[in-house]
Design a protein around this ligand. Structure first.
Ligand SMILES: C[S@@+](CC[C@H](N)C(=O)[O-])C[C@H]1O[C@@H](n2cnc3c(N)ncnc32)[C@H](O)[C@@H]1O
Length: 387
């Protein structure tokens, strides 16, 4: 009988529903959405597919064991009683990290130390040797999750987080994480048959993610994963999954994907990233002030992440620009659905345009909104109302 495993995929907060849909499409079972991630179950090969195809998950964690605990000693025993040597070789380096929510433990560092001791004791018993710790680039990452009453041990099957697709060679001004960008594209409802435009593209994250979606390139196509070092790794099965994914790829995007930015320096970064992703034939770049932007098609989807003005003088400058952006949208972008990701929650007030939707998202620890403005073509009747 096919063995079923439990997994948990963390993701940027606000994108859980997007991840849920991705996992449903991969035929995951027992899907359960929580704050900051999605639990799911399925065969071992589902884990390969989730790592390769999820555009939104940050990692795919394999749930090894969950038990009630009272003290650090209980947690140590749980680690010591887990058969680690059946999962990976003693030559693999390890790193233990701990997340605690309402846990009574005094120090998460101490818990990490106890779990590391438990793993090493188990290995010594089994093979007379222990794995080394590597906090920089470990082969195996063990995640300990402590709730008020339960401890769960996870093994990270991804290794480097999944937003590291392998194409980012240059960063611009505050680049977005790739999985957050991909999730926002999904929330915008953009589909590859529609034109896409990011008029403040920075290092080009939305553009590359859009091009990869349009050309059906799996986000994990060009990287390695921790599961490739696990004992249960089946190389030929993995090769089959990669071959299948490769066969889906398209050589061109069905519609225009365009980016512009006022800064020539960030455009150099964008170009380098786009080329590293192999998407240069699918993306057009221009140096342009957003106020001079012209729609590259009659209708389409505009997604951008403007500067949000961390300093007071920047905030004031932005506040003076927002009404001009609103005028630009009304005058030139009728027929376009536009989305702005910003930490400046006052943006609609200054734009004097009422957003038709506001989605709460977190860019790392920073609380943001994705503001939606649907610029209806034709008469004034359906245009966004003044804020
Ligand atoms: C927060 S960054 C965008 C980061 C981008 N999403 C990425 O992932 O790299 C904001 C960008 O807006 C650009 N920008 C600022 N003012 C602009 C203007 N008036 N016209 C066009 N671009 C502008 C900046 O040069 C910067 O690259």
């Amino acid at each position: 009988m096919l063995q079923i495993f439990d997994f948990f995929a963390p993701c940027p907060r606000g994108l859980e529903v997007v991840l849920e849909k991705e996992l449903e499409a991969l035929a995951a079972k027992k899907i359960h959405v929580t704050d900051g991630g999605v639990a799911f179950s399925g065969p071992w090969t589902l884990m390969y597919k989730a790592n390769l195809h999820s555009r939104v998950a940050s990692r795919i964690l394999w749930k090894l064991v969950e038990k009630p605990y009272r003290s650090e000693d209980d947690i140590f025993r749980l680690a010591r009683d887990t058969e680690w040597a059946d999962i990976f070789a003693v030559e693999n380096t390890i790193k233990v990290s701990v997340t605690a929510v309402r846990s009574p433990v005094r120090s998460t560092n101490f818990v990490a130390l106890k779990v590391k001791d438990g793993i090493c004791d188990r290995f010594r018993l089994k093979c007379g040797n222990r794995p080394s710790v590597d906090t920089e680039a470990p082969d195996m990452r063990i995640n300990v999750y402590l709730s008020e009453k339960n401890v769960t041990l996870y093994l990270d099957t991804s290794g480097e987080p999944l937003f590291k697709r392998g194409y980012r060679v240059e960063t611009g001004d505050a680049p977005l994480r790739e999985n957050l960008a991909a999730g926002i594209l999904s929330l915008s409802g953009w589909t590859p048959d529609q034109a896409f435009y990011d008029p403040m593209c920075g290092s080009g994250t939305f553009l590359v993610e859009a091009a990869m979606i349009a050309r059906r390139v799996a986000p994990g196509m060009d990287r390695q994963f921790a599961f490739q070092k696990m004992r249960m790794y089946d190389k030929s099965f993995w090769q089959n999954i990669l071959t299948e994914a490769k066969a889906q790829e398209l050589s061109a995007a069905p519609n225009i994907i365009m980016g512009s930015d006022v800064s020539s320096t960030v455009l150099v970064h964008a170009k380098a990233n786009i080329e590293a992703a192999g998407m240069q034939d699918s993306i057009q770049l221009k140096q342009l002030n957003v106020l001079d932007a012209k729609p590259p098609a009659e209708s389409g989807v505009w997604v951008c992440n403007p500067p949000y003005g961390a300093r007071m003088d920047e905030k004031e400058h932005l506040a003076s620009l927002y009404p001009q952006w609103a005028t630009l949208l009304k005058q030139r972008f009728a027929g376009w659905n536009t989305y702005f990701l910003t930490a400046d929650l006052d943006m609609p007030k200054h734009m004097r345009l009422k957003a038709s939707k506001r989605t709460v998202l977190f860019n790392g620890p920073l609380e943001c909104r994705l503001f939606e403005y649907k610029m209806i073509a034709g008469g004034n009747r359906d245009k966004p109302k003044e804020e």
